[in-house]
Design a protein around this ligand. Structure first.
Ligand SMILES: Cc1cc2nc3c(=O)[nH]c(=O)nc-3n(C[C@H](O)[C@H](O)[C@H](O)COP(=O)(O)O)c2cc1C
Length: 248
């Protein structure tokens, strides 16, 4: 899909649905972001997600340089459009919370945790790299859930959870960790768009069973700030967990 057809998709989506349309802009270099962000705004998007997909294969490029570039891009886009801007983060940062704060300082209104890199495999039968897209598995929720829980209530940005939602339990867990919004791509590709109703109805039923009246009442209940066992989120539990390991 080229840029023009993407803009057309945003326009058509905006005309067709009654919910806000969040556009997503994907790239890795400095160029192009602001011009295209402006066009996306004009096309009628309600918000914009920036996905800075960069795999730092250059060993001379430091983390500091990469983070500074990300922050610059976010600031430039936020100055260009009036839309709320979310940043889809990579988990491969030394200090995710600190960087999140910096992005908020540059104007980001939301953070999406996390981007999922397409890690190639090696096909031994033909001795080639495979670039087949694998849909996510529920186990992959653990890393984004950890960081949602650590950031919840401690950043001004709203937090969107992304990766590994396969069922209602996945949605519930991300909300309890502190997500403001929960995203899923793989589940909808597996089961079709109608699966969204299954997730929403299932969430409603889960809440009703426990007499939870609103999402705000459950959101962040298990976050680092509100959890009874804060050490579970840090290394303090490491030794105990290793000690309790039992061979399956
Ligand atoms: C077919 C397909 C297309 C995708 N296209 C994009 C994209 O254009 N931009 C983006 O930021 N992420 C894209 N993603 C990644 C998803 O947004 C998401 O980060 C990833 O699939 C993990 O979340 P999930 O467990 O909900 O699938 C794509 C994923 C799939 C499976």
């Amino acid at each position: 899909m080229g840029p023009d057809s993407y803009l057309d998709l945003v326009r058509r989506a905006r005309a067709a649905v009654g919910v806000p349309v969040i556009a997503s802009l994907n790239g890795s270099s400095r160029a192009g972001w602001t011009d295209f962000a402006r066009l996306i705004e004009q096309a009628g998007a309600s918000a914009l997600e920036l996905n800075m997909y960069h795999v730092p294969t250059d060993l001379l490029e430091s983390g500091q340089v990469i983070e500074a570039r990300y922050a610059e891009i976010v600031e430039a886009v936020c100055r260009t459009v009036a839309l709320p801007v979310a940043v889809k983060l990579t988990p491969y940062l030394s200090s995710i919370g600190h960087f999140a704060d910096q992005l908020v300082g540059r104007g980001a209104a939301g953070l999406v945790l996390f981007n999922r890199l397409l890690e190639p495999d090696i096909d031994l039968s033909v001795m080639k790299l495979t670039d087949r897209l694998e849909l996510s598995q529920p186990e992959e929720m653990r890393l984004p859930m950890l960081w949602i829980a650590i950031l919840s209530g401690r950043t001004k940005a709203s937090l969107a959870a992304s990766t590994g939602v396969a069922d209602v339990a996945g949605v519930v867990k991300y909300l309890l960790a502190g997500a403001d919004a929960v995203m899923t791509t793989s589940a909808l590709l597996r089961h079709g768009v109608g699966y969204m109703s299954t997730l929403v109805d299932g969430l409603r039923a889960w809440m009703e069973e426990r007499e939870i009246a609103s999402l705000d009442d459950m959101r962040g209940m298990m976050s680092l700030l509100r959890s009874r066992d804060r050490s579970a989120y840090s290394r303090a539990n490491y030794i105990r967990i290793l000690g309790h390991y039992a061979t399956p």
